[in-house]
Design a protein around this ligand. Sequence first.
Ligand SMILES: [Zn+2]
Length: 245
Amino acid sequence: MFWCRNEVRPGVSVAFTDTGAGNLALHVQDDPTEVMARRARLERVLGLEDQSVSRRFQYMDQVHGNHVEFIEAYGPGPTADAMVSAAPALHMASDRSVQPLAVMVADCVPVLLVGTDAGSSPVLAAAHAGRPGVASAVVPATVAEMRRRGAVDISAWLGPSICGSCYEVPEQLREEVAAEIPETWSSTSWGTPALDLPAGVRAQLAALNVPVEYSGECTLENDSLFSYRRDSLTGRFAGLVWTHD
Ligand SMILES: [Zn+2]
């Protein structure tokens, strides 16, 4: 069900699902009732239903852009490629609840970020970094929004995505993206032009002094992960970040 799952700071966890959790996306010709049941199952397994206030992961309507939405409370998914959530401005010191966030992918880079605000409460973020998102700096925009909300001590976790040896692109596209982010320049294992998106995201984070504590493996090379390049009509797995007792 989980590719990996870790408590990364006291009371804050990140996880990436695998095909065992099933498809979590509503836009890939799957039965919406079953998708919602799978999302609810994840929340049950992770104990989000056991807390005083039942909480749900906020998903978003991802469009390969670089808009970052600040999420105050669970609601209809925003059209965005990154979300940031933090403790409400007026909250009890004991109330560490922050809106849990989810990002869906199948080859794009799922990025989860955790920081701490002035009141020692966690600031969470989830970003979807595909080729257009890397080129248009959606991850740096997410870090900027977290810092605008007072976050310091930010770390990032990159989940599984297609690797630089598998992600073949036309020569011109490689040149365009690598002109912006040189670290993305790559070649496939069979010698054709490619892009290394996780390397690009790592470089963008390094430039902002944000350490990457985990970087996932290749989706195309692992059958327990969804890969759009491998299967075309396929599901989406998720990156999840949440607070807990
Ligand atoms: Zn690969």
